[in-house]
Design a protein around this ligand. Structure first.
Ligand SMILES: [Ca+2]
Ligand SMILES: [Ca+2]
Ligand SMILES: [Ca+2]
Ligand SMILES: [Ca+2]
Length: 338
């Protein structure tokens, strides 16, 4: 059993390494069993396993090319039940904050913007909490618009630490509390959301780069935007990317799973084919069941022998459960179609 778990972990890690994506695609955010320590250091196992996503779309001025060293950025994500964790690496040749009052022209100081739509409802969020646009300053203020269109500092909603890790290179580490649209700054806990496997969220990340002047010089984000909507993220969640929370151990916690089977299912994620393999030639699988996460059967396949390939080319991108039956034992695993 221990050998099998190690094998699954290795498989996931290898798959993650070989698989890079831009945020034009769905982002799969993997669960961490150990909470992240917010200290600007990426020592956690989850950061080692996660893939980088680029922050490389210049929204202002639209389509501009950033000069070498002016700005570069990329990010990783992870989650547990309490927090969404975000790690952002930023290269910026000049850190600048010209407005001492955090509620004054916050976008005209260097800041990281975290766009979060808890339930991926999309839609307007300019003066409501349908989604958040946290502008996180060098002093860790987290400013968004309130219901009157004024700045409000939501710094209690996030934990953040930024550390210098090289020349002009900074690592921002966040633990972000997630709230529903019912968020009330007077009673935040009432709308706090516990994160769960297969949850779909809206996410984008951007940087307001201000070096020489007292106004925003460049705005660079993680999503491709059309020029007509290049600066719409702060008020409209339609353009946030899709992020799906994945707990690779999810299937192991299902009550109907017995753990005697020695089955390897790979790759995770997979695009066209999944291979199901038993470790021993004498163990033969005879039924494979591919289901939705909620258990609706998509396909059953029957075979003998110790290796079988399942065609998943026609499936929609997302998560599924693959259940393999050996005699009267089952093995289930979450599989991801990309
Ligand atoms: Ca850390
Ligand atoms: Ca710069
Ligand atoms: Ca929402
Ligand atoms: Ca700057």
């Amino acid at each position: 059993m221990i050998k099998y778990i190690a094998s699954v972990t290795t498989c996931l890690a290898l798959a993650a390494c070989a698989w890079s994506q831009t945020q034009k695609d769905t982002i799969f955010c993997y669960h961490t069993n150990t909470p992240v320590t917010v200290d600007g250091q990426a020592n956690e196992e989850c950061w080692g396993a996660a893939v980088w996503h680029p922050i490389d779309q210049v929204w202002i001025p639209y389509g501009a090319t950033m000069k070498e060293g002016d700005f570069a950025g990329r990010f990783k994500v992870a989650w547990d039940e309490q927090y969404l964790y975000v790690l952002v690496e930023v290269i910026d040749d000049s850190l600048s904050d010209d407005h001492a009052d955090p509620l004054l022209n916050w976008w005209d100081d260097d800041c990281l913007e975290l766009f979060i739509d808890e339930d991926r409802s999309k839609g307007d969020h300019e003066r409501n909490c349908n989604a958040f646009a946290y502008h996180v300053s060098l002093f860790y203020d987290a400013v968004d618009l309130n219901s009157s269109g004024q700045g409000i500092n939501y710094k209690d909603n996030i934990e953040v630490d930024m550390d210098t890790i090289g020349e002009d290179t900074y690592l921002w580490e966040f633990a972000i509390k997630i709230y529903s649209a019912a968020f009330d700054p007077g009673n935040p806990e009432a709308s706090r959301v516990t994160l769960t496997h297969d949850k779909k969220m809206g996410l984008a990340i951007a940087y307001c780069d201000n070096d020489e002047t007292t106004a925003r010089e460049n705005f660079i984000g993680s999503m491709y935007m059309t020029s007509a909507h290049a600066n719409d993220m702060y008020k409209n969640a339609d353009y946030f990317g899709l992020m799906i929370l994945v707990d690779p151990d999810y299937a192991n916690s299902l009550a109907d799973v017995t753990r005697q089977a020695m089955v390897n299912i790979f790759p995770v994620p997979a695009q066209n084919y999944l291979t199901v393999e038993t470790y021993s030639a004498s163990q033969t699988v005879n039924v494979i069941s591919l289901t939705t996460i909620t258990g609706q059967v998509i396909r059953n396949e029957y075979f003998t022998g110790n290796s079988h390939t399942v065609d998943i080319e026609d499936l929609e991108v997302g998560m599924y459960l693959l259940k393999a039956k050996l005699g009267d034992s089952f093995w289930s695993q979450v599989v991801v179609k990309k």
